[in-house]
Design a protein around this ligand. Structure first.
Ligand code: ADP
Length: 397
């Protein structure tokens, strides 16, 4: 049973073909610069060298066609024909209030994904194009939409409503949705399995710390709160996103700098975060840490502020859950950066959390990194959104 997973961005398309009998990846790749000069596909049959094809891809349709061609290519392919693909799982960014679960795509589902274009203007149109391209290139296959927002749909009203006039929720669906939902669900689920926690009551906090970053709290796998909101801008300090700010700052900058709201939001999304705090030094956490270690004060403050907010969220989530069984670190920084994990964990010795510094001295490997007598488990748990999407697709077949 083979499932193809597609993740379409505005000008890119990532894919993996996974054999669900053993959950092993057969091939994976990336189409870049879709709709731009110089489109290229990088493909890898697992166990072999990567290879690239430079070929115009004016739209996602040509990109999807090329992916199917390369998967059956006699030298670089891994299957004989598209008949060997049993279903296709699509990552879709925003499901609005309409989708509380992954769903098999039909005409109505496509219409609803379209209705959510306003909520995910960069991603949802590309996600839909990927679905339509699959319907066109390999007709008759089951397409499944897996939304980034469905994990957050588990929240109660007290956690997902903003304290603004209720009519805006009723009219426009303005609420906290949360993103990276596939990752939060996967990591919290794996943590419960690995640490043999009570599947119904386990209290788990997942820190998804990449360039985009978010944090979630769940009880028995059900999301009770998460840091991203209507859009991915809210919450933690990120590579280039500000995270939480006083909304009045937007009006203040508009007036002082004679800018439009759109321009200021662009600054909050693309020029803020550690890039902004470090006075433009870098949005890459490795650069910031290197500069900090060389004595750069702005880099040190950026790193301290980044960690300060994460600690504040973890503390808040422990309070609303009245405890925590496991804290998991995942994504680029979470999986690779022992310094960040250590400084965060050192703030929670008061609840009996003990990190084992030797076990923490690792990158990118699934492992428990807390001491054996720690009251809270700490896990380094690499996320695998593609596998999570493939599992959801299989579940709906
Ligand atoms: P996204 O998917 O949001 O683009 P990733 O999960 O790929 O993000 O994470 C990218 C981030 O991880 C980058 O900012 C990078 O600096 C950071 N990162 C990767 N390795 C390390 C490391 N060893 N130390 C600190 N940060 C790291």
């Amino acid at each position: 049973m083979n499932i193809l997973v597609l993740n379409c961005g505005s000008s890119s398309l990532k894919y993996q073909l996974i054999n669900m009998d053993d959950e092993k990846v057969l091939a994976k790749g990336l189409c870049e610069r879709i709709g731009i000069n110089g489109s290229l596909l990088t493909h890898q049959k697992i166990g072999e060298e990567k290879f690239t094809i430079k070929q115009p891809m004016p739209t996602h349709n040509e990109a999807v066609k090329l992916v199917f061609d390369v998967l059956v290519d006699k030298d670089h392919g891994v299957i004989k024909s598209s008949d060997e693909i049993d279903a296709i799982g699509h990552r879709v960014l925003h499901g609005g209030t309409k989708f509380t679960e992954s769903i098999v795509v039909d005409e109505k589902v496509k219409e609803t994904i379209k209705e959510c274009f306003d909520l995910g203007p960069l991603h949802n149109p590309a996600n839909l194009m990927g679905i339509v391209a699959c319907e066109k290139n390999v007709p008759g296959k089951k397409n499944v939409a897996v939304f980034d927002t469905t994990f957050g749909m588990g929240m109660e009203e007290k956690a997902f409503l903003y304290a603004i006039p209720y009519e805006y929720y009723e009219k426009y669906g303005i609420r906290r949705y949360g993103f990276h939902g596939t990752s939060h669900k996967y990591v919290s689920g794996e943590a419960i399995k690995f640490s043999k926690l009570d599947p119904k009551n386990a209290k788990v906090i997942v820190c998804h710390l990449g360039n985009g970053a978010s944090i979630s709290a769940s009880i028995g796998g059900r999301c009770v709160d998460t840091s991203m909101g209507l859009t991915p801008l809210e919450g933690l300090i990120m590579g280039t996103r500000s995270g939480d700010i006083d909304p009045s700052i937007i009006q203040y900058i508009c007036n002082k700098e004679n800018k439009s709201v759109d321009e200021v939001l662009n600054i909050l999304n693309k020029k803020s975060g550690i890039l902004g705090l470090s006075n433009g030094l870098s949005s890459d956490f490795r650069d910031i840490e290197n500069a900090m270690n060389e004595g750069n004060h702005r880099a040190k403050v950026a790193m301290d502020a980044y960690i300060h907010v994460i600690v504040k969220y973890i503390g808040g989530y422990i309070a609303i859950m009245n405890g925590v069984d496991a804290i998991c670190f995942t994504a680029g920084v979470g999986e690779n950066d022992k310094y960040t994990r250590k400084v965060i964990c050192d703030n929670f010795t008061y609840i009996g959390l003990k990190l084992d510094d030797k076990l923490n001295d690792i990158r990118g490997e699934f492992r428990e990194i807390s001491a054996s007598d720690s009251k809270v488990k700490v896990l380094l748990l690499p996320t695998n959104e593609e596998l999570a999407i493939a599992r959801e697709t299989l579940r709906l077949m």
